[in-house]
Design a protein around this ligand. Structure first.
Ligand SMILES: *Cc1c(COP(=O)(O)O)cnc(C)c1O
Length: 354
C-alpha cells in the first residue's frame, strides 16, 4: 500500500519557546491516517493536514472503548540528525494490543514506514533544546456505528505528533508516591498489559486521591492480595533492594515497557543481579527504614527514569535517600538519554536514525 501525501493548506511554524512546551498540548501540521473495512482490510493510507474527524455518535469506540494507542519519541541528536528509539518494539506492542482488543493488526514494516515518513516530513517539529523531543502517538479506534457489543467492522488508525519540553528542568526531581489499597488498576485475565484507553480512565480517581494526599503518582498493588507491587501511574517501577535490581514480572497485569526492557539490559551489563519478582508493600516500607531498599525509580517513554523520593501507605510515609537521587538511578538516566541523544555509542542497535 502506498502512502499518499496530501498538500498542507496552511503552514504553522513550530513553537519557538521550547522551555514552555506543555506535554501533549500542541500538535504538528500533519498526521498519518488509514482506514479499515471488514471486507477490504486497511486502505486509503495518507499523510494529511492535522484535522478533526467526523464520527457517528453510535461509533463503537465512544460506547465500548475499543481503542488502543502507543507512545514513542523522536530525538534531535548532537549532530542535528533525527532518530527514533526502538520503534519496532512499539509497533509490535501495538499489534499485541490490537489482538487483545479484537482489532485488526497493522503490517509491521508498513506501519514503521508510516511513522518514519511522517516524522521525516515534520522533522522541523523535533525541538532542539536538551531533553526535548517529538512525542509520537499512534492510535486505533473502532468507528462502526452500531450499539451491539461485538468487535467493530470499521476502524481508523492514525498517528499524531506533539513537541514536548524537557521533563526535568533543573535536573532529576524525586516524586512522591501514594500506595493505593482502595483501587486496583488491573486484574489477572484483564487488560493491564494493553495500552487501551479504558485502563487510564479507570485510573483517574486513584490519581485524584493521590493528589489529595499531596502525592504525585499512584503505586498500584495486585488485585488479588492487595500486597504485591505492580507499577506506578503509567510507568514500570524498579527497586535497588539488597543490592539487586528488582522489578515486577510480566504476568499480564502490567505494561511490558520498552524503557523497562532497556533498563534491564543496561543493569545486567553493569553487573547487577536482576530479580523479576513483585516486592510487597511491607518490603518497601520497612526496606526504606532498615536500609535494604536503597533506590526506587519509575521507567517510561515520557519520563525515561523518574526517581522516587517517598512512599506513603495508609498513614505512614517513608523517605528514600534523604531527598537525593540514587547513584544507579542517575547513571541509568544519563546512559539511556545519552544513547537517545547520540552522546553515547548505541551498541544495542536501539536507535533508528531517519
Ligand atoms: C506506556 C506505559 C508504560 C511504559 O512503557 P514504555 O514502553 O517504557 O513507554 C508503563 N506502564 C503503563 C501503564 C504504560 O501505559
Amino acid at each position: 500500500m502506498d502512502i499518499e501525501v496530501l498538500p498542507l493548506a496552511e503552514y504553522k511554524t513550530p513553537p519557538k519557546n521550547e522551555a514552555n512546551l506543555v506535554f501533549g498540548k500542541q500538535f504538528s501540521n500533519r498526521m498519518f491516517v488509514m482506514e479499515y473495512d471488514g471486507g477490504r482490510g486497511w486502505h486509503s493510507a495518507r499523510i494529511q493536514p492535522y484535522s478533526s474527524f467526523t464520527l457517528d455518535p453510535a461509533a463503537v469506540v465512544l460506547h465500548y472503548a475499543q481503542e488502543i494507542f502507543e507512545g514513542l519519541k523522536a530525538f534531535r541528536r548532537q549532530d542535528g540528525a533525527v532518530a527514533l528509539f526502538r520503534p519496532r518494539d512499539n509497533v509490535k506492542r501495538f499489534n499485541r494490543s490490537a489482538d487483545r482488543m479484537c482489532m485488526p493488526e497493522v503490517d509491521e514494516n508498513f506501519f514503521l514506514k508510516a511513522i518514519t515518513d511522517l516524522v521525516r516530513l515534520e522533522s522541523d517539529w523535533v525541538p532542539h533544546n536538551e531533553g526535548t523531543s517529538l512525542y509520537i502517538r499512534p492510535t486505533m479506534i473502532a468507528t462502526e456505528p452500531i450499539l451491539g457489543v461485538k468487535p467493530a467492522e470499521k476502524y481508523l488508525c492514525y498517528i499524531i505528533l506533539s513537541p514536548v519540553g524537557a521533563y526535568y528542568k533543573g535536573g532529576l526531581a524525586p516524586v512522591k508516591i501514594w500506595i493505593s489499597d482502595t483501587y486496583v488498576r488491573a486484574a489477572p485475565g484483564g487488560t493491564g498489559e494493553v495500552k487501551t484507553g479504558g485502563n487510564y480512565a479507570a485510573s483517574l480517581l486513584a490519581a485524584r486521591e493521590a493528589a489529595q494526599r499531596g502525592c504525585d503518582q499512584v503505586l498500584w498493588l495486585d488485585a488479588v492480595h492487595r500486597k504485591f507491587v505492580e507499577e506506578v501511574g503509567s510507568m514500570n517501577i524498579c527497586f535497588l533492594y539488597d543490592g539487586k535490581v528488582v522489578t515486577s514480572p510480566l504476568r499480564g497485569t502490567i505494561l511490558d515497557g520498552i524503557t523497562r526492557r532497556s533498563v534491564l539490559t543496561l543493569v545486567d551489563e553493569m553487573g547487577y543481579e536482576i530479580e523479576e519478582r513483585a516486592l510487597t508493600v511491607d518490603e518497601i516500607m520497612d526496606g526504606v527504614e532498615n536500609g535494604r531498599l536503597k533506590e526506587a525509580f519509575g521507567t517510561g517513554t515520557a519520563v525515561v527514569i523518574s526517581p522516587v523520593g517517598q512512599f506513603t501507605y495508609r498513614d505512614r510515609t517513608v523517605h528514600l535517600n534523604g531527598g537525593h537521587i540514587g547513584e544507579l538511578t542517575q547513571k541509568l538516566y544519563n546512559t539511556l538519554t545519552g544513547i537517545q541523544y547520540g552522546k553515547i555509542p548505541d551498541v544495542h542497535g536501539w536507535v533508528m536514525p531517519l
